[in-house]
Ligand binder design. Structure first.
Ligand code: UD1
Length: 428
């Protein structure tokens, strides 16, 4: 089995570059289906989730070519609106395809991402919103069949500012008949990036990045030719902030958009990390002692992002004093905790709340990445720990970080990707 093997204790220094944002590139790739034309997407990271989305587009007939970090997408030859189940099940974000496919072809056939059924939490808001826009959606044994001769604008009030739902509505509304208003829309920077892309292909959108977005449905252009640069990945940048903070490092993070990272920068600064704007980048110097944070609560943007919760927790595991983290966005997002405990962390979880009593050192251990950000947190803990840490299942980390081990090694980390035996204790 593959693993990241980390010799802890190296102090990071040097420059590291942030790649394009997975969570912006995925909906933009889905949105490319809305129109016929040639679309050039710049700074698309080469990640597992992106490859799955490209495989889906290819299976639908679209031509996608990669040259480095640029994708050339030709959406003219779209020939089917049936998304293969084996690809759909690999990535929850494949639900993004619903809006664009129905908009362009009047129909979409997809399976449930992860196999849940209508009414269950994960996609109910997507389904209900599209229904309001005139889409008929039926379920046949785990397959969703969506149809709409014409999509029509609607006023949609979201119960919760869901990122994916806001994006699906934006895509469905762009070339619908009439005006769509989304109230309590998500405000994540990735929504603004999608809105910029949609505007480039002809959509008329106001208010992206605020709680109220207005989309004036316009006729679909007959053919487009556009270039779009994907925004930098704020979570990758935040993970590098944690890496420097935890190792007492001094690094320059290039290409990050500071305006997207205020809550993360503030949390690390409060914990004692020295962060400044320097040479066009973000200079991050780790300081000791790390100060505990009395209450950090994840919340939709501009709050502290749930996608940085695990990494901040790894940092706070080494703080002086007791920190409290409350996860309000997702259930069951503390799967890194038992693994951090194996490394000597002192953390107790009660439902949505984790109480982290800082320890003076973490020790290397064999641990398992259970999901993307949990995996990143374990790598960070390994960088700061005494001894060797083996992080099993790095494919989870590859879903969101392009060659994380190479980026970290370039700033002094002792980390390698290796094949290790799977039978040793702790490799569950
Ligand atoms: C996106 C991000 C993910 C991030 C999350 C929150 C992408 C590809 N992924 O995920 O990295 O962690 O935003 O910032 O952009 N919910 C429902 N019903 C729905 C949809 C969502 O109950 O129909 C719930 C979810 O279970 C969750 C909450 O709403 O508890 C937030 O989900 P959402 O904002 O939709 O996240 P995603 O778009 O899936």
């Amino acid at each position: 089995m593959e693993a990241f093997v980390i010799e802890g204790g190296a102090v990071l220094s040097g420059k590291v570059q942030v790649h394009g944002a997975k969570n912006a590139a995925l909906p933009i790739l889905a949105a490319s289906l809305l129109v016929r034309g040639e679309i050039e997407l710049v700074d698309v990271p080469d990640l597992l989730d992106i490859r799955v989305m490209i495989d889906i587009l290819t299976a639908l007939g679209v031509e996608v070519e990669r040259e480095g970090h640029t994708l050339y997408v030709n959406t003219d030859p779209l020939e089917t609106n049936i998304v293969p189940e084996h690809l759909m099940s690999q990535m929850r974000s494949s639900i993004f395809l619903l809006g664009p496919l129905v908009s362009r072809t009047g129909e979409a056939v997809l399976s449930y991402p992860g196999g849940c059924s209508i009414g269950n939490r994960p996609i109910d808001m997507h389904i209900n919103s599209l229904r309001k826009m005139g889409v008929t959606i039926h379920e046949y044994g785990g397959t969703l069949v969506a149809e709409a001769a014409r999509l029509r604008g609607a006023h949609i009030v979201l119960d919760f500012p869901s990122v994916g739902t806001t994006e699906n509505i934006l895509m469905a509304a762009a070339f619908a008949e009439g005006k769509t208003i989304i109230t309590n829309a998500a405000r994540e920077p990735e929504i603004q990036d999608l809105a910029r892309f949609l505007t480039a292909i002809g959509a008329r959108i106001q208010g992206a990045g605020t709680h109220r977005i207005m989309i004036e449905g316009v006729p679909r252009p007959t053919h487009v030719r556009v270039t779009h640069r994907v925004m930098p990945d704020r979570i990758v940048a935040g993970t590098f902030v944690a890496a420097s903070a935890m190792t007492g490092g001094d690094i320059l993070i290039c290409g990050a958009a500071l305006e997207h990272m205020e809550a993360v920068i503030e949390a690390f600064q409060k914990s004692g990390t020295d962060i400044s704007h320097d040479q066009g980048g973000l200079r991050v110097k780790g300081k000791r002692p790390i100060r505990a944070l009395h209450k950090v609560m994840t919340s939709p943007h501009p709050g502290f992002p749930t996608d940085m919760q695990a990494q901040l927790m790894a940092h706070l595991a080494l703080a002086e004093g007791t920190s409290v983290m409350v996860e309000t966005v997702f259930d069951g997002r503390f799967r890194h905790v038992p693994e951090l405990i194996k490394m000597g962390a002192d953390i107790v979880v009660d439902y949505h709340t984790a109480v982290i009593r800082g320890v003076s050192r973490l020790n290397g251990a064999r641990v398992k990445a259970t999901d993307l950000r949990a995996g990143a947190a374990l790598v960070l803990a390994g960088l700061a720990a005494h001894g060797t840490t083996t992080v099993m299942a790095p494919h989870h980390i590859d879903r969101g970080y392009e060659k994380l081990e190479e980026s970290l090694a370039s700033i002094g980390a002792r980390i390698t990707r290796e094949r290790v035996a799977s039978t040793l204790h702790g490799a569950t």
